[in-house]
Design a protein around this ligand. Sequence first.
Ligand SMILES: *Cc1c(COP(=O)(O)O)cnc(C)c1O
Length: 401
Amino acid sequence: MSLSHGRPYLAIPGPSAMPDRVLNAMHRAAPNIYEGELHALVASLWPDLRKVAGTKDHVALYIANGHGAWEAANANLFSRGDRALVLVTGRFGEGWAASARAMGVDVEVIDFGKSAPADPARLEQALRADGGHRIKAVLVTHVDTATSIRNDVAALRAAIDAAGHPALLAVDCIASLACDEYRMDEWGADVTVSASQKGLMTPPGLGFVWFSDRARDRCRGSDLRTPYWDWTTRSFGTEFWQHFCGTAPTHHLYGLRAALDMILEEGLPAVWARHDALARAVWTAFDHWGQGNPEIALNVTDPAHRGRSVTAARLGAPHATRLRDWTERHAGVTLGIGLGMAAPSDPAYHGFLRVAHMGHVNAHMTLGALAVIEAGLSALAIPHGAGALAAAASVVGAAAA
Ligand SMILES: *Cc1c(COP(=O)(O)O)cnc(C)c1O
């Protein structure tokens, strides 16, 4: 028997659950793109987008997903042959490095593996070794969605400064923005990239690049920049169409407006605290399951280095795949695949999964997903420790109090 009929829950790390308020805002006739309401709506987005990223500087908006936002950042940051230093802590760091390399950037990678954050001391060392200051920018993911490692952006900036190196710091916040605390200006990031379909709760299709005055000045001559990707016209264009280099992504803009309203009505600190509490509920559940089965474990051992929007875990092959199939088929909860932990052709691939808790997610959704996981573990006779759900419920209860 299947118990999946009812509202399905896509608990994968993007696209995330879309609020009805966002979807309803998009359900309308095509607006006039030449004057009127849409122009006022777009003017209202800029200050709120700055607020969400914690910056007073500039933001460019693209009709693109996260890969497009990476290319937008690359195109503005670099000229062909410039050097980038990419700090890799999972599949998405690798992805950004690959996109820069394919565009003609000379990419140097420091790989910190799949379970530990980028080490600021190693960054400082690498920059000190770059006596000629060839490295133009350091690229890093805030939260790598594949491993759920969270990097300490302020500490990485401090390492760049300690090395006396002029490199810009560019941060991928696609999985973390409006989930995990992020303060672009205070933490010293020069460039931040994000996309609409994760913490920003809007369907895939909008990419964002925030950039500092310093980045703008240092990158004026970047020759990878083409008209479509140029952040100058996107941000400082004097005509409406220039913000989009053509037709505006009309309906996405209405959706984004509704999503930003929801985030700012709740308040960013409350949004971060909600994600923190739900993440801790997930972590404690896995810790308890793991006590009855050494194969079950969270990917990142130290909670201080975990992202609060997604949790990567191992269950031992092939149990992660069996469990994902079970939760979707029998209970209407879709969990995330393990990404970049093993090749899909490797049997070990079936030992990894991810649980998303990003964006439009509340206590009943997360506790429900955890209860469904426990039901699946029992139904599939996957050994697991007791007490996970009670522990997760106490985390939620304590946070609410
Ligand atoms: C999802 C994600 C991406 C890629 O975004 P797409 O929209 O799938 O292109 C890049 N970086 C991070 C950290 C992500 O979470």
